[in-house]
Write a protein that binds this ligand. Structure first.
Ligand code: SAM
Ligand code: SF4
Length: 340
């Protein structure tokens, strides 16, 4: 589809081009991963404060007019939002959008994979840290491993390319690293190990609890076999990718702590309650919901205002998070309320 080009490219103050928008459709979730949500007592955004599908669509149209080409729908757990395929179809139809992906915990995927594929979803990442049922329960506080595995099967049957996101917490998932990689090798699925980040709601993160990309690589090499780095196909993609030397399978690393990729960042984020964020770790954000719900604005004026807000948010972007400095202060919102 030809991209509309009525605006200059979306560049931040450091010359980084932004073409990637991550959209959180809810802060709610049907499981409770300890590194993201507390077990009980979560204060969710009231339903009326969550952007409606038509509102999300308007923001994406404005972003697409500014050159955004890639979308990822996330949450909270996006599949708990009713009629998600309806939103996917709306987003897939927006001129300029070339890639439409989803990040999910997979619990509700079995029945939704086919409708999502039909609606225009291109690919998905399923979050799965372990193939061990007890450890899954310990991490997520829910006994849903069989449902996630059924969801992955259904996604592959629906023809959706799947990657797995595995959060790597030290002294917890070491025994899961190689079994996941073997599962990926058998199923043609790339496992992406994500270093534990300081985004949990209870302040549990400690540098000592990060199972690093280097440690995981060493584990994989000793338990499965040697790996070789794959030269960056897209230097702005956050994952460092490796291929097993026997030619069977690849793994990736989102090493936000030990190898930050801020210098190549091309992302902005829209929260479920209608705020734009230029970084997972940002402290400031911009409200778009007031504009979306301002009945005094014409459709054209609203769109023009959204374009301004998106550009202003990108212009305000910092050089990068400061996890590795003493200045680092975790963001006020935890992961589930930002959209991972
Ligand atoms: N519920 C979906 C899921 O779990 O995939 C989508 C939202 S979730 C917040 C997005 C991703 O964030 C998950 O795939 C998980 O891997 C990652 N995540 C959550 N908390 C994290 C943390 N503290 N550190 C690193 N990654 C985290
Ligand atoms: Fe839910 Fe995803 Fe957070 Fe886990 S990481 S609690 S699945 S939002």
């Amino acid at each position: 589809m030809n991209a509309p080009s009525q605006h200059a490219p979306l560049l931040d103050g450091f010359g980084r081009l932004h073409d990637n928008l991550r959209i959180s459709v809810t802060d709610r979730c049907n499981i409770r991963c300890f590194y993201c949500m507390p077990e009980e007592g979560v204060n969710f955004v009231p339903h009326g404060e969550v952007l409606r599908y038509e509102e999300i669509e308007q923001v994406v149209r404005a972003a697409a007019a500014l050159g955004v080409r890639k979308l990822r729908v996330t949450g909270g757990e996006p599949l708990v939002r009713r009629d998600l395929p309806v939103l996917i179809a709306k987003l897939a139809a927006i001129p300029g959008i070339e890639d439409l992906a989803l990040t999910t915990n997979g619990v509700l995927l079995e029945s939704l994979a086919q409708p999502l594929a039909q609606a225009g979803l291109r690919r998905l990442n399923v979050h799965l840290d372990t193939l061990d049922r007890q450890r899954f329960l310990d991490i997520t506080r829910r006994d849903d491993l069989p449902r996630v595995l059924a969801g992955i099967d259904a996604a592959q049957r629906a023809g959706l390319p799947v990657k797995i996101n595995a959060v790597a917490v030290k002294d917890l998932v070491e025994a899961d690293i190689a079994p996941l990689a073997r599962f990926g090798r058998e199923r043609g699925i790339e496992i992406r190990y994500i270093e534990f980040m300081p985004l949990d709601s209870q302040g549990l993160w400690l540098r000592d609890k990060v199972l690093t990309a280097d440690a995981i690589l060493a584990l994989l090499a000793s338990e499965i076999g040697p790996l070789d780095p794959i030269p960056d196909a897209d230097p702005r993609a956050p994952a460092l990718e490796y291929r097993f030397r026997d030619g069977i399978g690849t793994v990736g690393f989102i090493a936000s702590v030990t190898r930050p990729f801020c210098l190549n960042c091309n992302r902005i984020r829209l929260t479920a309650d209608g705020h734009l964020r230029y970084c997972l770790f940002a402290h400031d954000e911009m409200d778009v919901k007031t504009t979306l719900r301002d009945a005094s604005l014409s459709a054209e004026a609203r769109q023009a205002r959204l374009v301004e807000l998106i550009r202003a948010n990108v212009s305000a972007k910092w050089l990068g998070h400061e996890i590795n400095t003493e200045r680092f202060v975790p963001p006020p919102r935890p992961m589930y309320a930002i959209g991972g």
